[in-house]
Design a protein around this ligand. Structure first.
Ligand SMILES: [Zn+2]
Length: 360
């Protein structure tokens, strides 16, 4: 996982075109559910009172979700009491919105950094689950609490571009797993409705509360808000290459966010570990090729011979190396760890260069 700079909410129709109306009954019901002090929804009160006021698709969907999920007759004490049909969530499936998410995340899964579109569709993932919440990191515990973060279902800042293996629940192999009594080494992995926080009493349960208070208490990494580099670590020894571990923090304990995120997103599923390992080996081999071409180029220069062929080869190798590090490349978090190791290479030191000098 790598840090993603998310642009502000885009000016696309679902967020800008105010062409949705609400009935007087819906408006009155919502006015009773909105707190004028609410940072996110207080400003809707005068708008709901003005019968001429119209709403964007995202606003309408969010208000209808509040009317359904915040109704105490429908949900109470973390339980669902109603059999009435939930309102549809459609804004997150908007084609314009999807394209922008795809570009924001450089076509890669927000969690595992894999490019997957050649074999699978994307999931538009709700970081905070919209309808129900699984509080646990351990996949064996599937008890849900209701409702979810219903008021964030259309919120741009809550949407991520994800592969189906990180986002859905699947039984997958993990390296070095001891078989259970049935000889099974697979583990249930994938986020689904999971959203663990440090303490349940710190969880935000209503649209009227200020969500910023929860950001420091959530237990899983948000690539748009956290810096994954502070919490995840990639060992480079032959045995562990490709595996991700939690960083050791100042208190000498593993990062709690790393410890929770690795199983929740399934970041050590075997096939992903192998893909990361292969990417690391490829980058190393390309980097060595680049250094050798540079050495040949310099050697010819020193002999004052024609260097055209060597220069061409060096520039080709340099471009090849840089292509593996551009924003649309897979597994940059691991590759960034690897670049630090490259700075120790004898050949690079002989050439009195740093890896950074070769990156464009
Ligand atoms: Zn993924």
């Amino acid at each position: 996982m790598i840090k993603i700079n998310r642009p502000p909410t885009p000016d696309i129709k679902v967020y800008t075109e105010k062409n949705q109306n609400l009935s007087t009954e819906e408006r009155n019901f919502l006015l009773a559910l909105l707190d004028s002090q609410s940072i996110q929804f207080g400003s809707f009160i005068p708008r709901l009172q003005d019968e001429q006021e119209r709403f964007t698709k995202a606003e309408e969907e969010t208000l209808k979700a509040i009317a359904y999920y915040a109704n105490p007759e429908n949900f109470k004490d973390n339980k669902k009491l109603t059999s009435a049909k939930a309102p549809n969530f459609k804004v997150y499936k908007d084609p314009e919105l999807k394209e922008l998410l795809k570009a924001t995340f450089h076509k890669k899964c927000a969690y595992c950094e894999s490019l997957f579109l050649q074999v699978s569709p994307a999931d538009i993932e709700h970081f905070r689950p919209k309808a129900a919440i699984n509080r646990f990191v351990d996949q064996k515990d599937e008890k849900l609490i209701y409702p979810g973060y219903y008021w964030l279902a259309a919120d741009w800042d809550n949407l991520l571009w994800s592969c189906i293996l990180c986002n859905r629940k699947n039984n997958l192999d993990v390296p070095n797993t001891v078989a259970d009594e049935f000889g099974q080494t697979r583990q249930a992995l994938g986020k689904k409705n999971r959203f663990p926080v440090l303490q349940e009493t710190l969880r935000i349960r209503s649209h009227n509360e200020d969500l910023t208070a929860e950001h420091t208490h959530k237990l899983i990494l948000d690539p748009c808000r956290d810096n994954p580099k502070e919490h995840l670590f990639f060992p480079l020894d032959d045995e562990d290459l490709g595996i991700v571990k939690s960083s050791i923090m100042e208190d000498q304990n593993p990062s709690p966010k790393g410890e929770a995120s690795i199983p929740v997103y399934g970041l050590n599923r075997t096939e992903l570990v192998l893909a990361r390992k292969q990417a690391a080996l490829d980058l190393k081999s390309i980097f060595l090729g680049l250094l050798h071409s540079l050495k040949a180029f310099i050697s010819k220069q020193q002999k004052q011979e024609n260097t055209d062929a060597e220069e061409e080869e060096f520039l080709f190798q340099k471009e090849r190396f840089n292509t593996k590090l551009d924003a649309e490349s897979e597994y940059l978090a691991l590759k960034n760890h690897l670049l630090e190791e490259f700075n120790q290479f004898d050949l690079l030191q002989q050439l009195q260069l740093k890896v950074e000098d070769l990156i464009e």
